[in-house]
Design a protein. Structure first.
Length: 141
């Protein structure tokens, strides 16, 4: 189950044959995101397990499993900012219950990310997904 925004990214990736073009597209998506304010770059919002500095700040609309999940994120690495943009497309706007049902590994595999990211970046991406899922789990309780 992927959001329309994520489906658009998947369609774009199908159109872009060359991984270097896809890589540039990911970076461009990251550049298009608004940066987080310094006040939100705190230990409580920092994602552990990433080689780069990564912050994810949730925003919930409503309460319980039906709450709509959105988040903002940032990183000191441009490619990671792009990965955050992809995760925003995958998760933002879903209910916390839907967030928990997303098979992130399968959805991200459609983009071929695991084949082209370093093991450190792949581990960081998994850490970001786990952080998002953890935030959704807390909100659903």
């Amino acid at each position: 189950m992927a959001s329309p925004d994520f489906e658009e990214i998947a369609d774009t990736f199908e159109f872009l044959d060359d991984w270097e073009d896809r890589y540039r597209h990911v970076i461009d998506m990251g550049k298009a995101m608004d940066p987080l304010e310094d006040a939100l770059r705190v230990p409580a919002t920092k994602v552990a397990g990433c080689a780069s500095q990564v912050w994810i700040v949730p925003k919930l609309e409503g309460q319980g499993p039906g709450a709509v999940f959105r988040f903002r994120g940032d990183s000191d690495a441009m490619i990671v900012r792009g990965l955050i943009a992809i995760l925003k497309a995958l998760y933002s706007g879903l209910t916390v219950k839907e967030v928990m049902a997303v098979d992130a590994s399968a959805e991200l595999a459609r983009l071929g990310l695991h084949d082209h990211l370093s093991s450190q970046r792949s581990n960081g991406l998994r850490a970001m997904v786990e952080r998002i899922r953890g935030l959704a789990r807390q909100a659903a309780a």
